[in-house]
Design a protein around this ligand. Structure first.
Ligand SMILES: Nc1nc2c(ncn2[C@@H]2O[C@H](COP(=O)(O)OP(=O)(O)O)[C@@H](O)[C@H]2O)c(=O)[nH]1
Ligand SMILES: [Mg+2]
Length: 698
């Protein structure tokens, strides 16, 4: 394969809501351009993208898939992204290395949450966008209202470059606005088409559209604008064409295309526009970077030394770990040595490859702006930068969304903790959008990710790749124990066994502290009843009791303890005796100080379309939640509330059911609050049962 110059490359991320037909659209572009002989099928699992076992199993994209083809002498690097919010991290990685976003919208479903989210992500990266309205061969499509919706969401710059003339089953005719032509596709699936000048009412329509398009384009360019007015409100075809690229770049034009991926209608024209007017690496010739000392700098496309960004790593059975990268400057060749500034290691590249899903072709060199992959790097992971030895640059990192759902991991086989840790750490290097940690308070290993499906897929990977079988369950709630009143205890520990005995007496007072202050131990001993060397012993006993819990094995918190007097014996008193006395004195005092449980409360923000606000707020109240405000945010509202953690079990699934998948939410721990009395008894009983089961099992 030849090496492509930067202006001959089109890197783009295909993004949008799940089910819009992104994977199919990529398939259609590959087939139309001859990279594959025919279109595969999602249901039969024969598409180029979505080739992973889990993707075929769930029939949805979970990884970004790299594909490439050639059209009009340009190399198109397609990055098919998952639409499901659980896998949004890969979409972000792809947009990071794309030069524009191709936003797929389903011709019947229109603008959905995933569409808005993809738009926002692309905007965050300053990427130009093109919109494809797909599946226009389906029943009940509504191109015109989708166009209106898109303008309502994204602004008046959204403009159709093609319109369907006979949407619905049998769809094969388009009005091409740039060319003022009617394009008719053959119905034999050959992708062949004929073009004729629009006539009659269609000619009128296209003339009106043409005029609007010229105005849009002229707006983005002062000289064009002047010309436009000088020449009485028109531009030549030539000037128009010259302006389209610039207008797409600056975002004053967001072209919309009417297609059916499945039946290959409109795909060739889409490829034409991408090849002729789509952004290339030249349009993004400088990207921000940091030097080893943290100073801001930039990487320029024309710089001779290689700088590449790894945007995806993933392991495949029988292949090993693959690292996908984009070259930002200099070009790379097989067997080149590069420095990983993030991990501080030197890597040898090995054989360079370009991918079409699981089919990979060897290449000897990839020039600046191009995308490829290599196998088996030593210690280089998603998000790392590799560069010429001596450069030590790091490209700006992708800000991945924080994990928002949590599950406790239960090992099916005891003693596999180490295997689990190795598996999770390896997966985490590939996918930075999840996290895991051992929580000592609830004594569970917690897995956190973007959604329930994300967690489930991680569990499946642990099984497939590391042979670790786990169950994911709702994490325990870290209830805590505290007191509401003051109390005093005088506890004597005395034991006379054979030879030396044990003796200690501890007098203590306890009182409540404000929330989230923890346990405070002080002494105010006067006189010589107790030797001060035993103060740490008493403290240790108290801390042991606090960790074990007194009501139901939860941590004790927000208590002040004052060790104010006691008694000792010249021979039988020792460290252990005072620990024991401190332990029991505290337990006695605690029991007398009106103990209670407190529960964690979370702040929750729900992003939801206006029409579901009532349902979401009603549900929050039913969950003992308190709403603190509702803010407008474009087409969505943000409901802010505090809700007990106990009531947030499976909340993302609840929201999905409540709003037809149109809401997103975040939750974060806020503070502790007394658990209502009616819940206390069942919680204590449940915890005691759990504890007994755990301690019998060992
Ligand atoms: N009729 C029709 N169905 C389509 C078209 N594009 C995709 N589909 C179907 O819509 C479903 C979702 O497509 P897919 O490409 O997986 O969507 P993605 O989630 O956006 O990648 C699949 O069953 C496809 O076969 C199209 O142009 N016409
Ligand atoms: Mg897909």
């Amino acid at each position: 394969m030849k090496e492509y110059a930067p202006h001959e490359i089109r890197n783009f991320a295909v993004v949008g809501h799940v089910g819009a037909g992104k994977t199919m659209l990529c398939e259609a572009m590959l087939a139309c351009s001859g990279a594959i002989p025919k279109i595969g099928s999602i249901t039969q699992g024969t598409t180029v993208s979505d080739y992973h076992a889990s993707e075929r199993e769930h029939q949805m994209s979970m990884h970004v898939t790299c594909m490439h083809t050639e059209w009009l002498g340009k190399k198109l690097n397609l990055l098919d992204c998952p639409g499901y919010a659980d896998f949004a991290g890969d979409g972000l990685s792809a947009l990071r290395v794309g030069d524009f976003a191709l936003l797929a919208v389903h011709g019947a479903h229109g603008i959905q949450v995933g569409t808005d989210q993809a738009w926002d992500f692309a905007t965050k990266y300053g990427l130009p966008k093109m919109i494809v309205v797909n599946a226009l061969d389906r029943e009940n499509t509504r191109f015109d209202t989708i166009l209106e919706e898109a303008r309502a969401h994204f602004g008046p710059k959204v403009f159709p470059l093609s319109l369907p003339l006979n949407a619905g089953p049998g769809f094969n005719r388009l009005l091409d606005v740039m060319r003022s032509e009617v394009v008719t596709y053959a119905t034999d699936g050959s992708g062949k088409f004929t073009e004729e000048a629009a006539s009659g009412p269609l000619a009128e329509r296209v003339r009106a559209l043409h005029k609007q398009l010229i105005e849009l384009i002229a707006e983005s360019d002062d000289t064009l604008m002047t010309k436009f007015f000088d020449e009485g409100g028109t531009l030549t075809e030539e000037e128009l064409r010259a302006g389209v690229h610039g207008a797409i770049q600056s975002g004053t034009l967001v072209p919309v295309f009417a297609v059916s991926a499945q039946t290959d209608i409109g795909i060739a024209r889409l490829l034409d526009i991408i090849a002729k007017y789509g952004s290339s690496p030249v349009d993004r010739a400088r990207v921000p970077a940091q030097t080893a000392s943290g100073a801001e700098t930039e990487v320029r496309l024309d710089r001779p030394e290689p700088v590449v960004h790894i945007f995806k790593t993933l392991a495949e059975p029988h292949v090993g770990e693959l690292s996908f990268f984009r070259v930002y400057s200099g070009g790379v060749t097989s067997n080149m040595e590069l420095y990983n500034a993030s991990r501080k290691v030197t890597e040898k590249l090995g054989q360079l490859l370009v991918a079409n899903g699981k089919t990979r072709t060897q290449v000897t060199r990839l020039g600046p702006g191009d995308i490829g992959c290599v196998l088996k790097l030593k210690d280089t992971h998603t998000g790392n930068t590799l560069c010429a030895p001596g450069l030590a640059l790091e490209l700006a990192k992708v800000a991945y969304p924080k994990p928002k759902v949590h599950a406790a991991i239960l090992l099916r086989t005891r003693g596999e903790e180490d295997k689990l840790a190795v598996g999770l750490n390896t997966l985490r290097e590939e996918d930075p959008t999840f996290a895991h940690r051992y929580d000592g308070e609830i004594k569970q290993h917690i897995l956190s990710g973007q959604g329930d499906m994300h967690l489930q897929v991680i569990a499946e990977r642990l099984k497939r790749r590391f042979n670790v079988l786990v169950d994911l369950v709702e994490p325990r709630i870290p209830y805590r124990e505290t007191i509401r009143g003051r109390a005093e205890a005088k506890y004597r520990h005395k034991k006379q066994t054979g030879g030396s005995g044990q003796f200690a007496e501890v007098w203590m007072r306890i009182e409540p502290l404000p929330r989230d202050t923890g346990v405070e131990f002080t002494e105010c001993l006067v006189g010589q009843n107790v030797d001060r060397v035993f103060v740490p012993s008493v403290e240790k006993g108290v801390k042991t009791a606090c960790n074990e819990g007194i009501l139901a094995h939860f941590h004790v918190t927000d208590v002040k303890i004052e060790f104010f007097d006691g008694k000792m014996h010249p021979v039988d008193s020792n460290d252990v005796a005072f620990q024991v006395a401190g332990y029991w004195a505290f337990k006695e005092a605690f029991g007398a100080a009106r103990p209670c449980l407190i529960e964690p409360i979370c702040t929750v923000e729900v992003q939801v379309p206006e029409e579901y606000i009532g349902a979401v707020m009603g549900d929050i109240s039913a969950r003992r939640g308190k709403i603190s405000g509702v803010d407008g945010d474009g087409a969505f509202q943000i409901v802010k509330a505090v809700i007990p953690q106990k009531e947030l079990a499976k909340y993302s699934a609840v929201l999905r059911a409540l709003t037809g998948g149109r809401a997103n939410h975040t939750e974060a721990f806020a503070y502790y609050q007394e658990l209502p009395a009616e819940f206390e008894k069942p919680v204590i009983e449940e915890r005691k049962k759990q504890h007994a089961a755990e301690h019998n099992g060992h």
